[in-house]
Write a protein that binds this ligand. Structure first.
Ligand code: NI
Length: 398
């Protein structure tokens, strides 16, 4: 089947690139993926597949029933773009001023449509049901994944059992185009936002001894004290980072302000540590403030969970990649500190999230990132092979 999928991937390549350029030219922000979703649904219907619209707002779920009995599998792509003004100079650059597909979701979406095209050509040989999940709202918390799951994307429907595995991919600019990167275990970080407002007492900068607490000073002590969380409390085998990126103490050279505000990000590769750190954050902020006669109000806004790749499905993708793209093009991915709401899928169902090399000099979320479209030649056929191979293997094991 590898040769069949490779030749089908070559056949659909131009169409997939066209779709990718159309998505790229018309990027839509999180929650506004109306045109993208319409194109996705229409493309699925052209292939003769069922396309369910409105699975959480603009989410679309396509269904392919294979000709052979087998398991249900879910393949996922995200569809939204970022509030960035594009500076690539490409002739298919964004026509939506200030919005850009700078995270490769245009490739994820067009690639999954390409996979649907390839699998429809070989529908009779597919074991079980393949669900093509086109998810909105990945770039902004609370994300779209959680709500598509609430809307039943991982449930059994009409006598078809629930998905037994979920697979998703993300482009990676620093890997050569067409490379597949895999990593079992904790792979991507949780990304929570932390906030604290310190209340002291305002006064004349010349008389700090006359105010109850100088909020600027107290906030500074808190920034320093928070650094002990990762260095003193986090288990040494867990990766984690705590950064205060915003500190506002809006007094004047001769004015002590009455309050100060801290804003930061907390990321971790472990869910137990993540929740313990939230409590420690509160404790350090509140007690450091109290030690200096100030008070503090703390808020933790939860982002996406840390993403855990299940061992079995990850090894399965690694084996399939070794067969499809070859051992040199199959690499071990490094842990990745970006947040990704595919983590919610992996909390509910075994599966894995792998990387697709797209060889770009500029990184994701920058105005100049320009993924190499050649990667789509690999990604479409590879994901089709993955789906076919998974279905066949599970069917044989029954
Ligand atoms: Ni992304």
């Amino acid at each position: 089947m590898i040769d069949a999928f490779k030749s089908a991937a070559a056949d659909v390549y131009d169409e997939v690139v066209d779709l990718r350029r159309t998505f790229h030219r018309h990027p839509e922000l999180s929650g506004e993926e109306h045109e993208t979703a319409r194109r996705v649904a229409e493309t699925l219907e052209t292939l003769g597949l069922d396309a369910r619209r409105g699975v959480y707002e603009t989410g679309v779920v396509g269904t392919l029933d294979g000709g052979e009995p087998g398991p249900t599998l879910l393949l996922r792509a995200d569809m939204d773009a970022l509030p960035i003004r594009e500076e690539t100079g490409l002739d298919f650059a964004s026509e939506n001023e200030g919005v850009m597909h700078a995270c490769g979701h245009d490739l994820h979406t067009s690639s999954l449509l390409g996979t649907a095209m390839i699998l429809s050509r070989h529908q009779d040989a597919v074991h079980g049901q393949v669900r093509f999940c086109f998810q909105p709202h990945e770039e902004r918390i609370p994300g779209g994944a959680k709500f598509m799951i609430e809307d039943g994307v991982l449930d059994a429907t009409n006598g078809v059992p629930a998905p037994e595995a979920v697979f998703g991919q993300h482009v990676k600019p620093d890997l050569p185009a067409g490379t597949i990167g895999v990593r079992p275990g904790w792979f991507m970080a949780s990304a929570d936002e932390v906030y604290a407002t310190v209340t002291g007492e305002g006064g004349h900068a010349a008389s700090p001894h006359e105010v109850a607490a100088d909020a600027t000073y107290v906030a500074s002590q808190i920034v320093v004290a928070l650094q002990s969380l990762v260095s003193r409390q986090c288990p040494p085998d867990v990766s984690s980072v705590f950064t205060i990126g915003r500190l506002i103490a809006d007094g004047a050279p001769n004015v002590i302000p009455s309050s100060a505000r801290l804003e930061g990000t907390f990321r971790a590769m472990d869910e137990d540590w993540r929740y313990r750190a939230h409590d420690l954050f509160r404790r350090v902020v509140e007690n450091t403030a109290a030690a200096h006669g100030a008070s503090a109000e703390v808020e933790v806004r939860e982002g996406y969970p840390a993403l855990y790749n299940h061992e079995g499905p990850t090894r399965f993708v690694e084996e399939a990649a070794t067969e499809y793209v070859g051992p040199e093009q199959t690499v071990e991915a490094d842990p990745w500190f970006a947040g990704e709401d595919f983590a919610f899928f992996l909390q509910e169902c075994p599966g894995t999230f792998y990387q697709l090399g797209v060889g770009s000099e500029h990184g994701l979320h920058t105005s100049r990132v320009a993924p190499d479209e050649e990667a789509l030649r690999t990604s479409t056929g590879f994901m089709a092979y993955l789906a076919w191979r998974y279905g066949r293997e599970q069917a044989q094991d029954r």
